[in-house]
Ligand binder design. Structure first.
Ligand code: F6R
Length: 374
């Protein structure tokens, strides 16, 4: 039941710290630096000699796949391709013997994702699943799997399954990085330490952003279009923010890489257009800082044209708040962990806007929780 929450979606948004904690539990230990993924069922040699990872998934799970690409390529230096599962087989995908297939799905029953898995099996590559349902069709056919322990997700819009999928992808990336020695053990351990306290940081993000999102929802519920911008690993989160908003509030929303704005979408900006910008940074990571600075100039391009910016920033940021109308603050974290934290306010923003508009949050029109047709 809803445990006193108005909707399952809200309950599930608030369950995320627990969902992430349960997904990491027993798999990571910061003290020993040990990572354990016994369900993976890949030999050390297969991991060390893997040449490519092919990810296929749908919707929100596809966004998790895109985050996974950034994590795996950065930490493991292995090339990763991410496909919509519904597109995978229609491009006659090239598969080689040292490729590994990775299917991501909350339900484990999505027809397109199962079809992509069959294609991979026919291509003779091992498949792994990241799935929230034990013993789903996807897991049964996969060679190895990581279960996200988010618990049953009832709201049609995926929330806790998504952040749990990213937690699983972080664990997988660190595990591969250890096996392939692509990161110094101290760096692995430092992220493990941060992961252990991530649920606390998520609680903090919920606590501080909920009232702000509720207030912003009143201001922006009349919007007809909303843009979401992000760069690098934050770009898939922009896509996810847009998907959440459109599916439950029926407002047209698009996620865009921040740097692409000047190649077309800038033409859309006027005083009526809310633009949600992911402007977080990890001050210890030069790549993250560079990306942040570029995003700052993208924000200036939007405000100069009268666009109404809502920026997601980390605690202590003053540069952005002096530029924009509204900011939502999340706790500081390493770049790899920011996607999970910045997802929280985007979910809440979509939720409160949908409630403001009187939409059926848990059962949006035309959508099903599990899509079992191709
Ligand atoms: C969006 C949403 C859908 C699902 C998609 C894949 O909030 O829930 O986009 O993510 O239908 O479903 P799974 O993950 O069950 O394969």
């Amino acid at each position: 039941e809803k445990n006193g929450y108005a909707h399952f979606m809200l309950k599930e948004i608030y369950e995320q710290p627990r969902a992430v904690r349960d997904t990491l539990r027993g798999r990571i230990s910061a003290a020993s630096g040990h990572i354990e993924l016994p369900g993976l069922d890949l030999s050390h040699d297969e991991i060390v000699h893997a040449e490519r990872i092919l990810i296929a998934s749908c919707g929100t799970s596809w966004h998790a796949g895109l985050v996974g690409k950034f994590l795996l390529e950065r930490m493991v230096r292995i090339p990763v391709e991410v496909d919509y599962a519904s597109e995978f087989r229609y491009r006659r995908p090239i598969m080689r013997s040292r490729d590994i297939g990775l299917l991501i799905s909350q339900s484990g029953e999505t027809a397109d994702t199962l079809a992509a898995q069959l294609e991979m099996i026919a291509g003779d590559i091992p498949t792994l699943s990241i799935c929230n349902v034990v013993d789903a069709a996807l897991t049964r056919k996969a060679r190895g799997s990581i279960t996200t322990n988010a618990g049953p997700e009832i709201g049609v819009a995926s929330t806790k399954a998504f952040t749990a999928q990213i937690a699983a992808l972080l664990t997988l990336s660190l595990y591969f990085a250890q096996c392939r020695k692509t990161m110094p053990q101290e760096a692995v351990q430092s992220i493990l330490r941060e992961l252990e306290v991530l649920p606390k940081a998520m609680e903090e993000a919920l606590r501080t952003s909920a009232p702000v999102c509720a207030r912003l929802a009143k201001i922006f519920s009349n919007a007809t279009d909303v843009l979401f911008l992000g760069r690098g690993i934050h770009y898939p989160i922009a896509l996810e923010g847009a998907l959440k908003l459109k599916e439950i509030s029926y407002i047209h929303a698009e996620g865009y890489p921040a740097g692409e704005m000047k190649h077309g979408p800038n033409a859309l900006i006027d005083e009526t257009l809310p633009v949600v910008c992911l402007a977080t940074k990890d001050g210890d990571d030069p790549d993250s800082v560079l990306k942040y600075e570029k995003t700052l100039s993208n924000i200036q391009e939007v405000t100069a044209r009268g666009g109404r910016v809502i920026a997601i920033v980390v605690e202590g940021d003053t540069a952005v708040s002096s530029l924009v109308e509204h900011t939502i603050t999340i706790p500081r974290a390493s770049e790899a962990l920011l996607p999970i934290l910045e997802t929280v306010p985007l979910q809440l923003l979509a939720y409160f806007i949908a409630v403001e508009k009187g939409c059926d949050v848990d059962q949006p029109r035309n959508l099903a929780k599990s899509v079992t047709v191709e």
